[in-house]
Design a protein around this ligand. Structure first.
Ligand code: PEP
Ligand code: MG
Length: 544
């Protein structure tokens, strides 16, 4: 590798190049020294800084629509709150501290009071912190943290991005994305793929690389410095695959090829790509920014808009997978030491069955409105007992089929009992890999362990395939593993009955399946299962 090159893990295909825009890191705590020379002049800087933040947010709100516009106007109103400004002004003179520190401390007393009040009030803490950071950045003359406003098509470089930030990216302006952290199955990678933005994660040395313009190769993981004067190059979409749209092997063994969706645009993209239905609708993606629980009517309309392209087709709606890296302001628990091992997915519903029941009511309504053939499944189920609890609630809500995701090794090891309790299962290979290898899916340093070709993971999936054959019930795969065409043959060979993926992979997977018989797939599976390493499994499957 030359000095002008780095490499990472390729997570979203395509090659693009252009000027670099760096996502600003969170501001640290501002210092309480040096004491200002003129306390009154220092205090007088706060109101104009807050006003500048208000004006900028109001301008953005005017340019935005829908929820984004509402959120921006609310944040603007908070930034203009005279109580925050006057408390910070008083702190400057009373404590002899710089304006930035005074804003930090004034905001701290507001957030403390809100957090103590709990409930809806506690949910406002993050909003106040956002406003606080914007005013402090204004006072310090630096960029506020987060994704900056892009004025021209650019390559975005970040330590990591929260799923909420990634979901808000405009593919017309973000040519490519490169992050120093992040793993291949992180939600940031999944969102980049669904937006069609080429992306490379886990690029060691990226933040200190210092290039003004970069080429990012989302197929090989290469990152290369390019001439900042050269014109930006947007990614071209992948080549066409010859596929008739029916998910089956060359000898007619049926394996449905389905889409993973989270919003109306990816539902339309999946339908246009030829997906036979939806294998995973991540409903929490609708609410990453929501401060309050949406009403049943709001949820019903949001889900119906996503289901609309799939009238008469099978759709699996997943109930909210809140927690870990996808906290929802209205649901997620207090800070936990290990959020990925905490109250996440269906575990949230055990504490708040009322939220689950309202969501199920909305899903049943959306199914009727859209005409889609809807099933419902729960995320993060660990035992057959949990599966049975969930299935009872789904049936009570009038939804015909209830399933669960298998993404915890304990559920894979007891797949027969889990299948006995429900109508179907779907394997979430992203989390199943994370929990099997004890390797955080967001962490670049352990990305290799989250490779879906790891024989340890494949052998667990094979157990689930055996349970599906034994019980005669369906077992799909909706993790990122299903999007790899060669791996799709292996999964078919171990008994998986459907594959669900991002729209961009649908045709490649459909065409690759159609090019092999079930016996070919079983041979590829046996070869991969017996391999000692992920690389050997890949090669063995290819050779078989
Ligand atoms: C998975 O874990 O594989 C999965 C599909 O769920 P998510 O990626 O949303 O956690
Ligand atoms: Mg998961």
């Amino acid at each position: 590798m030359s000095d002008a090159q780095l490499s990472g893990v390729a997570v979203s295909p395509g090659r693009a190049s252009g000027p670099v825009v760096r996502v600003t890191e969170p501001l640290g705590e501002p210092a309480s020294t040096p004491a200002p020379d003129d306390l009154h002049a220092e205090a007088a800087r706060i109101a104009p800084a807050a006003q500048a933040v208000v004006s900028r947010l109001e301008a953005k709100a005017e340019a935005a629509t829908g929820d984004a516009a509402t959120i921006l106007s609310t944040t603007a109103a908070m930034a203009g709150d005279p109580a925050l400004v006057s408390q910070a002004e008083q702190l400057v003179t009373a404590q002899n501290i710089p304006a930035a520190r005074a804003v930090y401390e004034a905001a701290g007393s507001f957030t403390h009071a809100l957090a103590t009040a709990g409930g809806y009030m506690a949910e406002r803490v993050r909003d106040i912190e956002d406003v606080r950071d914007r005013i402090i950045a204004e006072l310090l003359g630096v960029e506020p943290p987060g994704v900056p406003e892009l004025e021209r098509p650019s390559v975005l470089v970040a330590r990591d991005l929260a799923p909420a930030d990634t979901a808000g990216l405009d593919p017309a302006l973000v040519l490519a994305l490169a992050t120093e952290e992040g793993g291949p199955t992180s939600h940031t990678a999944i969102l980049a793929r669904s937006l069609g933005i080429p992306a490379v994660v886990a690029v060691r040395g990226l933040l200190s690389f210092g290039a003004k313009a970069l080429a990012v190769d989302g197929d090989t993981g290469a990152i290369e410095e390019v001439d900042p004067g050269a014109p930006a190059v947007a990614a071209v979409s992948a080549g066409a695959f010859d596929w008739d749209g029916a998910g089956r092997t060359s000898d007619g063994h049926l394996v449905k090829v389905l889409g993973n969706v989270g919003a109306p645009p990816d539902a339309h993209a999946a339908a246009e790509a030829g997906a036979e239905g939806v294998g995973l609708f991540r409903t929490e993606f609708c609410y990453l920014d929501a401060a309050d629980e949406p009403s049943v009517e709001e949820q019903r309309a949001a889900y119906a808009a996503v289901l609309e392209p799939f009238r008469g087709k099978p759709v699996i709606v997943r109930t909210l997978d809140a927690g870990a890296d996808k906290p929802l302001a209205f649901l997620s628990p207090e800070a936990e030491p290990n959020p990925a091992l905490g109250v996440r997915g269906v575990r949230v519903a055990f504490d708040r069955p009322d939220v689950l029941d309202r969501q199920l009511e909305a899903i049943a309504g959306a199914a009727a409105d859209s005409g889609a053939d809807v099933s419902v499944m729960a995320p993060m189920v660990a035992t057959a007992e949990e599966a049975s609890w969930f299935a009872d609630r789904v049936r009570a809500a009038g939804v015909a089929r209830a399933g669960v995701m298998i993404e915890i090794p304990a559920a894979a090891l007891t797949a027969t009992e889990v299948l006995d309790a429900v109508d179907f299962v779907s394997v979430g290979t992203n989390d199943l890999a994370q929990y099997t290898f004890a390797a955080d899916r967001q962490l670049g340093a352990v990305a290799k362990l989250n490779d879906p070709w790891q024989p340890g993971l494949l052998r667990l999936i094979a157990l689930i395939g055996d349970a599906a054959r034994e019980t005669g019930k369906p077992a799909g795969v909706c993790g990122e593993a299903a999007a790899d065409p060669l791996l799709a043959r292996v999964l078919t060979g171990v008994g998986v009955t459907s594959l669900s993926m991002n729209a961009a992979s649908v045709r490649a997977v459909g065409a690759t399946l159609a090019g092999a018989s079930l016996a070919d797939c079983e041979r590829a599976a046996q070869a991969a299962l017996g391999a000692p390493t992920a690389a050997a499994a890949r090669t063995a499957a290819k050779d078989a």
